[in-house]
Design a protein around this ligand. Structure first.
Ligand code: GLA
Length: 684
């Protein structure tokens, strides 16, 4: 039996073919014509055989297997009774979206499913067995890597997320594995495969994201015969023993419009299809988060004063961070005791919430549900609820609750739900500040289950995914959450860079960005309010400094930028973020282009001094070459007196064609480092 499948999105086609065994990807690229003979394509793609290899080239299938003498990493590694399993999988059943292959004698079946949505293809593998097996590795459908270009993935750390890493394809394996039970800072589950010459705005690029918050592995391997394969799955060995295992969805997209084509497909998919908004028409509210203002030092009068000032600056949601529960005066105690600390809050939250509501703001609250300190009532009552060995090394003085236990989830549900039911709360900042002592997929399943239950019971509450900043960002957690705390770095220069990296996947509407203190707590830099405000205004805006530190001038700048953000959020929060190919490495620049193309804003952040004297023209992208645009330098008042010339943009709105803006580019005034130009454009 032989059979072919094809999956089309508006810009791409992916085809599969099977001659009776496990199917293989025969094409993934720009759209193929309708009616293309897929069996013929499979024949045409059949490779030669020569010396130095076995007598037939083992197929690079959706699950390549060691039993076929496959010369690379297999897609399945599993054991029964201490023996490695080597199934002979044959095509068993199929429809247009699901394909089952089975080995009846071993009682093992694999189901591959493919769906399309917008410009995203989702692929998943399910493994079912008649008798229990122990799984070490199961890949989502294995995709051949491109023959040209290189690998762009990310590393990162606390206060340093989304650092791009470029590697050449070389013989052998590039393995990225998040083993800590989170999608992680270190190996975020995203990768792009730009072909030679691809830039932000041009060239052929494919991209992948593994939608799982519990830790994953990517294997990008060049085989001795020259073929390349890309595998994604749960972190190895985290799924234990059983009869049913599944990968998360592997999200695939590709583009002939450079990295931006993939970025916008992911941004739209995550914002419009993955996240489920309690109230989709509600504008994203400007946040105020008190963490860097007061830390654990909660005092009603102070927080009311801060709230009043934050509201005057434009904040619309006040978030009370860590320190409100148990006896939590520092990070050594009380995680697990989600009961209001009456020594800090003798009359509970009501006086604060009433005050916040009277200012027109809503109220949000910090939790770290999966964690426990040994110094807590919960740990004393239920030491058996704690994950991992007694003599484990702690992280931030804390341990992890075993979320696989229903009684743990019930306890957390009842404590969190009690607070949500008795207070006017519309937002949870859900933190996860340490790695698991031993990573296990059941932990992430337990967390997702608890989130789903809380959301069902409290459907108007939004959740932010935080894990020491950006340690848990993926489309798996975003099915239940609405915002990510991209980084604990509120240093505007760091944030500018981190946001630029994250924009390859994340839309503005879910990416939190706050104006931090003048004297940055995580870098020691002293940073001007203008760039702090504009960097926050690139994403879902908020403030995190103590507003009592603001000078009159700083408050005026921040109020003005916040007002600009609010006046534009109806379209910027649904716009595509397009990274600009700046010819000057000191400039980190992007555009936000309205979905209908009618308007845009370009942000040109100067992160460093330039090699040359004057700014290089900044070429825009994504415009209609034949349309005329009115462009305006929004923050012309930020021009320094050392900018002594007369670039036209300093004299008010100007007009130019899309072609000129894309091929010549904006001539911006000279500026100091640590500044940002903001240019609005409108199609006439
Ligand atoms: C983590 C978060 C911070 C803050 C603290 C509170 O570090 O990333 O934003 O909430 O926890 O302890």
């Amino acid at each position: 039996m032989s059979r072919s499948w094809r999956f089309d999105t508006p810009t791409q086609t992916l085809t599969l073919h099977s001659d009776g065994g496990v199917p293989r990807v025969t094409y993934w690229g720009p759209s193929l014509p309708k009616g293309e003979d897929l069996a013929q394509l499979a024949r045409l793609a059949t490779s030669d055989v020569t010396g130095g290899m076995i007598d037939r080239l083992p197929d690079l299938t959706l699950c390549p297997l060691a039993r076929d003498s496959f010369p690379g990493q297999p897609g399945l590694i599993a054991y029964r009774g201490g023996e490695m399993l080597h199934p002979d999988l044959r095509l068993f059943a199929a429809d247009d979206h699901h394909i089952t292959v089975r080995d009846d004698s071993l009682g093992i079946g694999l189901l591959f499913s493919f769906t399309t949505d917008g410009d995203i293809i989702s692929a998943r593998t399910v493994l079912e067995t008649d008798e229990p097996i122990t799984l070490h590795w199961l890949s989502a459908p294995v995709i051949p890597g491109p023959q040209s270009g290189d690998i762009l993935d990310f590393s990162g750390r606390w206060i340093g997320e989304f650092q791009p890493v470029r590697s050449a394809w070389t013989p052998g394996l590039r393995l990225r594995e998040a083993t800590g039970g989170r999608s992680g800072h270190e190996h975020p589950p995203f990768a792009l495969f730009p072909e030679a010459g691809a830039t932000n705005g041009q060239g052929s690029v494919s991209a992948m994201h593994y939608a799982w918050p519990g830790g994953h592995r990517m294997q990008a391997e060049e085989l001795p015969d020259g073929r390349r394969q890309i595998q994604w799955g749960h972190a190895a060995g985290t799924q234990g023993t059983g009869t049913r295992f599944e990968t998360a969805d592997l999200l695939l997209t590709r583009s002939n419009a450079g990295l931006n084509g993939c970025a916008t497909a992911f941004q739209r998919h995550i914002r419009d299809r993955v996240v489920t908004w309690p109230n989709p028409t509600r504008p994203r509210p400007v946040h105020y988060n008190c963490w860097e203002a007061v830390y654990f030092d909660h005092d009603l009068a102070t927080l009311k004063d801060i709230a009043t000032r934050a509201a005057a600056l434009g904040a619309e949601r006040f978030v009370l961070d860590d320190g409100w529960f148990g006896r939590r005066d520092d990070d050594t105690s009380s995680l697990g005791d989600w009961v209001i600390d009456r020594t800090k809050w003798p009359n509970g939250f009501t006086p604060l919430i009433d005050h916040i509501n009277s200012l027109g703001m809503t109220f949000g609250l910090w939790f770290e549900p999966e964690m426990v300190n040994r110094n807590s009532d919960l740990a004393r009552a239920h030491p058996d609820w704690i994950l991992g060995p007694e003599n484990q090394v702690e992280g931030r003085q804390q341990r992890v609750l075993n979320m696989a236990l229903p009684q743990v989830r019930d306890h957390l549900f009842s404590q969190i739900s009690a607070i949500l039911s008795t207070h006017d709360i519309d937002y949870i900042k859900w933190d996860h500040n340490r790695l698991l002592p031993i990573a296990d997929a059941t932990q992430a399943h337990g967390t997702l289950d608890l989130m789903a239950r809380l959301r069902q019971a409290h459907p108007s509450v939004e959740i932010e995914s935080c894990a020491s900043g950006g340690g848990r960002i993926d489309a798996g957690i975003l099915r239940h959450t609405h915002r990510v705390w991209l980084s604990d770095s509120n240093d505007a220069l760091e944030r500018l860079r981190i946001q630029h990296g994250a924009a390859l996947f994340l839309p503005a509407a879910i990416t939190g960005s706050h104006v931090g203190p003048r004297h940055c707590h995580t870098s020691g830099r002293v940073i001007d309010i203008r760039i702090r405000a504009w960097v926050a205004a690139q994403r879902h805006m908020g403030f995190e400094m103590d507003p009592r530190e603001l000078t009159e001038e700083e408050a005026e700048v921040l109020t003005r930028v916040t007002a600009w953000w609010k006046a534009n959020r109806d379209w910027t929060m649904t716009a595509d973020i397009l990274r600009l190919d700046s010819e000057d490495p000191a400039i980190i620049a992007e555009m936000q282009l309205a979905q209908d193309g009618s308007r845009f804003v370009a942000f040109a952040g100067r992160a460093a001094t330039s090699g040359q004297i004057l700014p290089r023209p900044l070429r825009l992208t994504g415009l209609d070459p034949n349309a005329l645009y009115r462009i305006r330098l929004v923050n012309v008042e930020d021009a320094h007196r050392l900018s002594r010339g007369k670039p036209a943009l300093k004299n008010g709105p100007q007009e130019a064609s899309g072609a000129w803006l894309m091929h010549h580019g904006l001539t911006l005034p000279w500026s100091f480092p640590q500044t940002m130009w903001v240019v609005e454009g409108e199609r006439l």
